[in-house]
Design a binder for this molecule. Structure first.
Ligand code: NAP
Length: 257
């Protein structure tokens, strides 16, 4: 039995992954953006052990989530699943003055990774769209560029893989991997998404808890439990260090050694 914390598990793939884990006898901590969504999550999955609450668009709320998770005790695995999508028509700024897709999709997994008691396994939800990501940190807040929601999402999912690989390199005792679930019919994926929804939560569960040798790897990128082509720049150590340093500067929290 493993203890697993899943961000953004009031709905979609996070909730589906939680359901698979509970069915398999694991202890799951859910996460929702506010008390009302936490109540929804509890109703959706009565077998979950706990629910923590916090809006991941805000740095102070990210901290609050980490505090709640740590108060529950160490988890064996954390699945960084919460995310917002690619149909955002306008650049939206958070209370911290950050572009909100970057804040939720990139900065939140960074800060939670840095603040939550170190688990044995970390899993980061990326997307096939990461291959179109901008492979630098010239304008992560979309200040210089004309807004393009799809590109902002691709960039965020590219940074998620960079983050997963950076953590894999910095923390050799932790298994840190990323994956794409396929384009599936969730709130984010939309009704015309073509891929198999039932397969979409399987790989993150497998990476979080399986003792299959193929899952006990680190610094890898998967699709449906198989290694998948990844943007080559995600392996760039200089870029990995730049992303960690940038997130550390924004949050005043360096990734612990
Ligand atoms: N669906 C796809 O086709 C697809 C494809 C590739 C990658 N992915 C990735 O898979 C992950 C899960 O996506 P999904 O399809 O399951 O999306 P979803 O159905 O929209 O669910 C997203 C989850 O994240 C939560 N969330 C969003 N913003 C939040 C915030 N500010 N604070 C706290 N929680 C927040 C949502 O809470 P609420 O329910 O309260 O909104 C929900 O629980 C994402 O990282 C996404 O990028 C999905």
């Amino acid at each position: 039995m493993s203890r697993v914390f899943i961000t953004g598990s009031s709905d979609g793939l996070g909730l589906m992954a939680a359901q698979l884990l509970v069915e398999d006898g694991h202890q799951v901590t859910l996460h929702a953006r506010n008390a009302a969504r936490a109540a929804d999550a509890r109703r959706a999955l009565a077998g979950a052990k706990d629910v923590v609450v916090g809006d991941l668009s805000s740095i102070s709320e990210m901290r609050r989530v980490a505090e709640q998770v740590n108060a529950l005790g160490r988890h064996d695995a954390v699945i960084h699943n919460a995310g917002v999508g690619y149909r955002e028509r306008h650049r939206t700024e958070t209370a911290d003055g950050l572009e909100h897709i970057f804040a939720i999709n990139v900065l939140a997994p960074y800060l939670l990774t840095a603040l939550i008691a170190r688990p044995d396994r970390l899993v980061y939800l990326s997307s096939g769209m990461h291959t179109g990501g901008t492979a630098d940190l010239d304008d992560p807040q979309w200040i210089k560029r004309r807004w393009n929601g799809s590109q902002a999402y691709s960039d965020s999912k590219f940074y998620d893989v960079v983050l997963a690989f950076a953590v894999a390199r910095r923390w050799p005792n932790v298994l840190s991997n990323a994956l794409e679930p396929g384009w599936v019919r969730t709130k984010m994926g939309g009704t015309s998404a073509p891929d198999d929804l039932s397969l979409a939560p399987v790989t993150q569960v497998w990476l979080a808890v399986s003792d299959d040798a193929a899952a006990e790897v680190t610094g890898q990128y998967f699709y449906h439990q198989k290694p998948r082509r990844v943007h080559p720049a995600t392996h760039d150590v200089k870029l990995q260090n730049e992303l960690l340093a940038y997130c550390a500067k924004l949050t005043s929290v360096p990734l612990p050694a």
